[in-house]
Structure formats: structure tokens, C-alpha cells
Design a protein around this ligand. Structure first.
Ligand SMILES: [Zn+2]
Length: 322
């Protein structure tokens, strides 16, 4: 049994090594646009509509490495500018994708997740194998938000929270939990380059489509974001828990999304070459179409993205007294 497990581990690592060398890591398209919709029902945030931008003064506690090309931006204006919690959360929900996690040496296994950004933004699970650091990254920034709050620094409380929610949101994107249906990964041993190309095409096209449909205000997808409710924080106790649980629940969805993507996007998806759907003529789905069926299924993880974001905000309120 133990030898068997070892053997399977080696097979999985070899498969993953090929599969993820060019793995994408942005996850849900436009965290900011989605976050803006998600926080629409967070009435409590309105009390924080007058926050002064402060400079970053956390070198003593915020010690994790950042990418060499990462530049800390002040989107609402230089320190001293007045902003709001809602603006900070929306503006910085994408910040971890702005080279913060690129070009780093974090783990000897990071190549299996497409590099250092993939490592920090994903949490792959295949059998007993777990790869990626998204849960600890979410927790790292959540804890820093608490430290900023202790100092009375509301600007960095919400900016660190925005970063924490990015990683929570990432792990609810099913292809960040597993790159392809596990059955296909084993079947793909014979035609490996096709499996690798297909996995990337499914991942990229899901995200491109989701971003395009949020931009077009697709009622099904926007509704999924709006109507989701937070989890009970007796169970969902931390940012780390949310990431692990989000990835766990997302993985089986890949089995359902994959064939729906084959139907909606067509066979070009399943190629060793990269292929992107042309989104220019894309409209909101008509009822009864393959697109509508895809939207229904995509609404499930999108709803989870929203629910888990709201849970993270609830945890912050409970633990920081916001
Ligand atoms: Zn990301």
C-alpha cells in the first residue's frame, strides 16, 4: 500500500510537472469588478467612508518576500488623500496579481503550479497531494489587517483585507483547486501535450468568459454574486479555512464544467495549442442554450466566491471589532 502510494505520487508529480509549467494564475477575471458587486449589501461598510490614505509602515511585521518588479501603488491618491473602505476593497482586490508574487523562489515544487505566483494563488489537490500556498497567504494578510487595525490604521486594515480576500476568491475558482478532471489526467498519459493544452484552455477560457459576462452584467452571474450569503463563522473560522474549503468544494465542479465548456466553446478547446474564444460578439445567454447551461453551473463557484468573501469580511468584523 505504502509503495503503491509512493508510485502514484511519482506519477502525479511527473504529470503535474508537465501540466503546469505554463499554468495561468490570475484566477477569476477582475476581482475588483466582482468585489464591487459582492460588497453591495455590506451596509456596515458605509460607516467607513472617510479613511485617510496612510503610507506603508509595516516593514517589521510584513516580512514575506515580494516580487522584484512589484511596485506599491496608491490608486486613490498619495497618502493624505481621503477614500472609503468600499473603494479600498474594490481597488486592491486585484493587487496580488500585480507582480507581487512573481519571480520568487518559494518552494522546490513551485514549478508544478506554474511558478511562484501560481504557488501562492492556488491550492491543487489530487488524491492526497496538496500543492500551493493560497490558504497561508490569505491568512497572512488577514492577520496583517488585524495588526493595522490595532494601530488604528484603517487604510491598511482594509488594504490588507483586500489582499486576503483575493486569495480566498482565487481558491473558489475550480481550476485553481485541480487543473483538469482527475480521470482525464490519468487517461491523458497517452496524449500528454493535448491534455496539457486542454487544461490551460479550459482554465483561461472560463476566466475570460466570466470576466466578459460580468462586464456585460449577465443576470445569472451577477445574481450569483449578489445573493450569496456568508457561512456560519462557528464553522468557517479563518481565512485559511475558507481557502482550503473553497478549493475542496470546487474540485468536483471541474468534472461538470469541463464537458459544458466542450459544448459551449467547441472542440478547439481540446487542443495542445492555446485557443481563446472570441468574445467580441458575446451576449448574455438566451434561455435553453448551451451558454445558459454553462452559466448555471458557473454560477455555483461564483456564488461561493461571493459567500466566502462575505464570510471573510464577517470574520474581520468579529475579530477586529469593525
Ligand atoms: Zn490571483
Amino acid at each position: 500500500m505504502r509503495r503503491n502510494r509512493k508510485f502514484l505520487s511519482v506519477i502525479l508529480i511527473v504529470l503535474l510537472a508537465g501540466l503546469f509549467l505554463a499554468s495561468p494564475a490570475d484566477a477569476w477575471n477582475s476581482h475588483g469588478a466582482c468585489t464591487n458587486i459582492i460588497i453591495g449589501d455590506q451596509e456596515w461598510l458605509k460607516a467607513y467612508d472617510n479613511i485617510t490614505v496612510t503610507p506603508w509602515t509595516y516593514a517589521d511585521v510584513d516580512t514575506a518576500s515580494v516580487g522584484p518588479n512589484f511596485v506599491q501603488q496608491y490608486i486613490e491618491g498619495a497618502p493624505g488623500t481621503v477614500t472609503s473602505a468600499a473603494a479600498i476593497l474594490t481597488n486592491y482586490a486585484d493587487e496580488p496579481d500585480w507582480k507581487m508574487d512573481q519571480d520568487l523562489n518559494l518552494s522546490p515544487l513551485q514549478a508544478l503550479t506554474g511558478g511562484s505566483q501560481g504557488w501562492r494563488h492556488q491550492y491543487y489537490g489530487l488524491g492526497w497531494l496538496r500543492l500551493g500556498a493560497a490558504p497561508s497567504r490569505a491568512q497572512y494578510f488577514f492577520d496583517l489587517a488585524g495588526k493595522a487595525n490595532e494601530k488604528g490604521d484603517l487604510y491598511w486594515t482594509f488594504r490588507y483585507l483586500a489582499r486576503a480576500l483575493h486569495y480566498v476568491q482565487d481558491t473558489t475558482e475550480p481550476y485553481h483547486g485541480v487543473p483538469a478532471p482527475a480521470g482525464l489526467i490519468f487517461k491523458g498519459i497517452g496524449s500528454f501535450s493535448t491534455l496539457m493544452g486542454s487544461a490551460l484552455n479550459h482554465h483561461y477560457n472560463l476566466e475570460g468568459y466570466q470576466g466578459a459576462m460580468i462586464a456585460r452584467s449577465s443576470p445569472v452571474l451577477v445574481n450569483a454574486l449578489r445573493t450569496a450569503v456568508p457561512l456560519d463563522t462557528m464553522t468557517a473560522t479563518s481565512a485559511n479555512w475558507l481557502c482550503r474549503n473553497g478549493a475542496y468544494l470546487g474540485r468536483p465542479l471541474v468534472r461538470t464544467l469541463w464537458p459544458l465548456e466542450n459544448k459551449f466553446f467547441g472542440d478547439s478547446l481540446n487542443s495542445k495549442d492555446s485557443w481563446y474564444a472570441d468574445e467580441t460578439g458575446l451576449n448574455v445567454a438566451d434561455p435553453g442554450t448551451d451558454q445558459a447551461a454553462y452559466d448555471q453551473e458557473l454560477g455555483v463557484p461564483l456564488g461561493r466566491m461571493s459567500s466566502y468573501t462575505k464570510t471573510l469580511l464577517l470574520l474581520a468584523r468579529q475579530q477586529f471589532g469593525l
